[in-house]
Design a binder for this molecule. Structure first.
Ligand code: TUI
Length: 309
């Protein structure tokens, strides 16, 4: 299945992995790239030495293209952005902000730049700033989200820009890819499905929560802080949601109790104090498989539906 995205990135399949903060590291990224997609390592708010180490490990684990996600709210985003240039990373995606100021230097270094955007206005700005493609991310995604849905956002972004569009949010099987292509996307970004992969290094409790999640086991917290995040509906997430609703948690208190909660979920599987960021499609995910089996299954289904093979 050739699209402008497979051509741009030099990959077999038009699938990029979500740049999940605290989660996406070299084992997962290299497994996705080796399976024909494009794996990503999350910069998150990691120390620069950690990210450098992960990039170098990934280079040892795959000779296929892979990328780095820069989370723009990170206090050290400037340093991580420069590291991508120094390490000659093939692809950079960005999240949680406007990467405009970094784009000229990334382009000059030959990096393919793909901002993740939640709106048409930002897609247009990114195209003007020189982005190679955009990920149009619907509110079905896990983690930090915008308000528009994948179904509504993707065709509007496709109509607004000339550069290729990658759909994200709620895509975990071949039907999701086929639907995205019908909306005009030329690739998909998949995050939540890879949480339940063998190569994903999250705590086993996190994988179990993903697999057990039903369609309704999901909640958005933190809208009043300006950083809404989609999570699995654990007791902790329910407490945050009700505290936000009834005013018993101020935004400052919310920030305080969620400080470090991503690490507690990912590394410790701590359901009392961890934030298990996860997309709405988790209800459809029922097993843990290797990344190559996940991608093979998804692509076979998509190709059948799209009748390209
Ligand atoms: O970035 C994500 N998902 C994320 S980042 C993350 S780590 C985090 N930790 C604590 C608080 C917040 C985040 C977990 N999940 N997805 C891409 C994404 N980008 N979604 C929404 C946006 C976005 C929002 C506003 C992109 C640009 C933007 O622009 C604002 C502006 O400056 O114009």
């Amino acid at each position: 299945m050739k699209t402008r995205i497979t051509e741009l990135l030099g990959c077999k399949y038009p699938i990029i992995q979500g740049g999940m903060a605290w989660i996406a590291e070299s084992t997962l990224a290299s497994a996705v790239s080796n399976a024909g997609g494009v794996g990503l390592i999350a910069g998150g708010s990691a120390p620069i030495d950690y990210l450098r180490d992960q990039i170098r490990k990934c280079k040892e684990l795959t000779d296929k293209p892979f990328g780095v996600n820069i989370m723009l709210m990170s206090p050290n985003a400037d340093d991580l952005a420069q590291l991508c240039i120094d390490e000659k990373v093939a692809v950079v995606t960005t999240g949680a902000g406007n990467p405009g100021k970094f784009i000229p230097a990334w382009k000059e270094a030959g990096i393919k730049v793909i901002p993740v955007i939640p709106s048409v206005a930002l897609a247009r700005r990114m195209e003007k700033a020189g982005a190679d493609a955009v990920v149009a991310e619907g509110t079905e995604s896990g983690g930090h989200i915008g308000e528009n849905t994948t179904m509504c956002l993707v065709p509007q972004v496709v109509d607004a820009v000339e550069i290729p569009v990658i759909a994200a949010g709620g895509i975990a099987d071949g039907r999701g890819i086929a639907a995205s292509f019908m909306l005009g996307a030329e690739g998909v970004q998949i995050g939540t499905r890879f949480l339940a992969s063998e190569e994903c290094q999250i705590h086993p409790t996190f994988k179990e929560l993903v697999i057990k999640a039903k369609d309704t086991d999901n909640v958005v917290t933190g809208r009043y802080t300006g950083h809404p995040c989609r999570n699995i509906k654990t007791k902790f997430a329910k407490m945050l949601a009700s505290g936000e609703k009834d005013g018993s948690l101020t935004p400052d208190q919310f920030e305080e109790v969620t400080l470090g909660s991503l690490r507690k979920a990912v590394q410790d599987g701590n359901v009392e104090e961890g934030s298990f960021l996860c997309g709405l499609i988790a209800g459809m995910i029922n097993d843990v498989k290797p990344c190559d089996a996940i991608i093979k299954e998804i692509m076979e289904q998509a190709e059948k539906l799209l009748r390209v093979s």
